[in-house]
Design a protein. Structure first.
Length: 204
């Protein structure tokens, strides 16, 4: 193992949210980011239909399915396989595979999702410009899906690594949403460039 890998592993094992997730037997520390964003912005309510993009290993879907009961629906999509979660419909698909994504649209009905969420991140290279570009590509893919499935006035939450094109992506969202916010949860690592964009009030 390289020195950098050892250093990352040591930091990971000391991470408060990693240890909290382990103690609660949660699928990943990422759930604490969503929990905070939900608390601050009141994202979820019973009866909603939510699409979780890049859902594996499933911590966000597991959180959301409890928040939208009774009467809600959660559809999780990921290229990777995911262990089942009671009440969550899982579709294994590439977001850039239009034919496969039709299954997602057919599952929930066109333009009927209340909220699309995405915590996707690229495989990290350690080169900031490359990782930022990869993150932007994933965010744009998530945005295309959101435009296909969101109802009028629906919301979109997406992770993005800060970079030179972040502002342009925010402006793109502002053309289709009433309000666009940049938020960074406390559970995001201090040395990470990740932030979340919350776009509210989709206009079809």
């Amino acid at each position: 193992m390289s020195k950098s890998s050892k250093r990352w592993l040591q930091e990971h094992n000391r991470d408060r949210y990693v240890n909290l997730a382990r103690s609660r037997q949660l699928r990943s520390r990422a759930v604490f980011k969503l929990e905070e964003l939900d608390r601050r912005h009141k994202l979820f309510r019973p009866g909603q239909t939510v699409v979780d993009l890049g859902a594996a290993p499933g911590s966000w879907s597991a959180y959301v399915v409890e928040k939208v009961r009774p009467g809600g629906k959660v559809i999780a999509v990921d290229l990777l396989d995911m262990q089942p979660i009671a009440g969550v419909v899982f579709l294994q698909a590439d977001l850039n595979d239009a034919e496969r994504l039709q299954y997602c649209i057919a599952e929930l009905g066109e333009n009927s999702a209340d909220l699309v969420i995405s915590d996707m991140a690229p495989n990290l290279s350690g080169i900031a410009a490359v990782d930022q570009a990869g993150s932007l590509n994933l965010a744009e893919s998530a945005y295309r899906v959101a435009c296909s499935v969101l109802r009028e006035k629906g919301h979109f939450l997406v992770k993005l690594f800060q970079g030179s094109d972040s502002a342009a992506f925010g402006k793109q969202l502002a053309e289709k949403f009433d309000k666009v916010l940049q938020v960074k949860p406390r559970a995001s690592r201090a040395n990470s460039s990740e932030l979340y964009i919350l776009a509210k009030g989709y206009t079809m």
